[in-house]
Design a protein around this ligand. Structure first.
Ligand code: ADP
Ligand code: MG
Length: 307
C-alpha cells in the first residue's frame, strides 16, 4: 500500500494549471467532467488500466480486462447519476500476446457495452514491447435532475453506501457491476447532495467529498457494511481495515438529508443493500466513532499512484 499522496497532489497541481474554459461547466476534480451542449449536459470521463498495476494475467483473463476497462468508467458516470452513451478506447498490445488476446479483450468490453447500452464509437490500436494497457473514454449525459457532484454535502447529511465493502482483490475488482441503474433510481427517489464511486477505498474517497464540500464526517465503525471477501481475508488484517482501505469496491457513496435517508431505508428502492454509515459534520475532519463511542481520526489508507 502506498503511503504518499502524489497522485492527488499532482491532480491538484494540474487543476490549478489548467486554464478554465467557458464551454466546460465542471472540469478537473469530480468523477466526470460536464460539458453543456445544446442537447443538454455531456459527461466525460477517462480511465486507464495497466498490466502489473490494475491487473495481472492470470488470474485476470483478457476478457476480464476489457470488461473492467469499461466498467470503471461506467462507475464514474454512475457517480454523477448520469446515463452512459458512447465510448472510445485506446489499447497498447504487447507484440507477443497475439491476435486472440486482442479479440478476447475487446469481446469482454463489447459484452458489457451491450449490457449497458453503450456504443463503442471508436478507438486506437497500438502494439509495443511493453505490457498491456487499455484506456477507455466514456461519454454520458446528465438526467433532467442534473449531475450529482462531490461538492454538495452539508452538515447534518446522512452518509450512505450501496453494497458491502472490502476484499475486492479476491475477485470482485474484475467482476463488479457498475451501479449505473442504482444511481439513477436513487437520483429519482431522493435529493442526492453529493456522490462518489468507491474506487480508491472508503477512507480515501470520502475525503474527496469532504474537501469539495468543505465539511467533515463522522463514520460509525459498527455500521460499515463489510463484504464476505473482507471477512474471509486470510492476511491477518482486520475485516474493517479491508472495508476502509482496499479500494475497487465500485459502490456508491452519497449524502442525503436525514428525511431522504430514512425514506430510502424504509422502502428500499432495489435489492442491493443500502446502509447509513455516518453523518456529515462541520469542519474538515474525517473521524471514526468506535463502538465504545470514542472518536478517532480516520487516516486515508486507500490507494494512491505515487511518483
Ligand atoms: P476517479 O477515481 O473518479 O476516476 P481520479 O482520482 O482519477 O478520479 O481523478 C479525479 C479528477 O482529476 C477527475 O476530474 C480527473 O478527470 C482529474 N484528473 C486526474 N488525472 C488528471 C490529469 N493527469 N490531468 C488532468 N486531470 C486529471
Ligand atoms: Mg470516480
Amino acid at each position: 500500500m502506498a503511503s504518499g499522496r502524489s497522485e492527488f497532489e499532482f491532480i491538484a497541481w494540474m487543476r490549478r494549471h489548467a486554464t478554465p474554459h467557458p464551454r466546460v461547466a465542471l472540469g478537473i476534480g469530480d468523477d466526470a467532467a460536464i460539458l453543456p451542449t445544446e442537447a443538454g449536459k455531456l459527461l466525460v470521463t477517462v480511465d486507464m488500466l495497466m498490466e502489473g498495476v490494475h491487473f495481472t494475467l492470470p488470474p485476470a483473463r483478457p476478457a476480464d480486462v476489457g470488461r473492467k476497462a469499461l466498467a470503471v468508467n461506467l462507475s464514474d458516470i454512475a457517480a454523477m447519476a448520469g446515463r452512459p452513451l458512447a465510448a472510445v478506447l485506446s489499447v497498447a498490445l504487447p507484440r507477443t500476446y497475439g491476435k486472440e488476446f486482442a479479440r478476447e479483450l475487446h469481446r469482454g468490453l463489447l459484452e458489457l457495452a451491450d449490457e449497458f447500452g453503450v456504443a463503442i464509437a471508436g478507438g486506437d490500436t497500438n502494439s509495443w514491447n511493453g505490457p498491456a494497457v487499455i484506456s477507455v473514454t466514456l461519454l454520458g449525459e446528465a438526467t433532467e435532475r442534473g449531475a450529482v457532484l462531490r461538492s454538495g454535502a452539508v452538515p447534518g447529511d446522512w452518509i450512505m453506501v450501496t453494497g458491502a465493502l472490502g476484499g475486492s482483490l479476491g475477485g470482485a475488482h474484475l467482476t463488479f457491476r457498475p451501479r449505473v441503474e442504482e444511481a439513477l433510481v436513487l437520483h429519482g427517489r431522493a435529493s442526492l447532495h453529493a456522490m462518489i464511486d468507491l474506487s480508491d477505498g472508503l477512507s480515501s474517497d470520502l475525503p474527496h467529498i469532504l474537501e469539495e464540500s468543505g465539511v467533515g464526517a463522522v463514520l460509525d465503525e459498527s455500521a460499515i457494511p463489510i463484504s464476505e471477501a473482507a471477512r474471509n481475508a486470510s492476511d491477518g488484517r482486520p475485516p474493517l481495515d479491508h472495508a476502509l482501505g482496499d479500494g475497487e469496491d465500485f459502490e456508491l457513496l452519497f449524502t442525503v438529508a436525514p428525511s431522504d435517508g430514512q425514506a430510502l431505508l424504509q422502502s428500499p428502492p432495489f435489492a442491493l443493500p443500502l446502509t447509513r454509515i455516518g453523518e456529515i459534520v462541520e469542519g474538515g475532519e474525517c473521524r471514526l466513532r468506535r463502538d465504545d463511542g470514542t472518536l478517532v481520526p480516520l487516516a486515508a489508507t486507500g490507494w494512491s499512484h505515487n511518483f
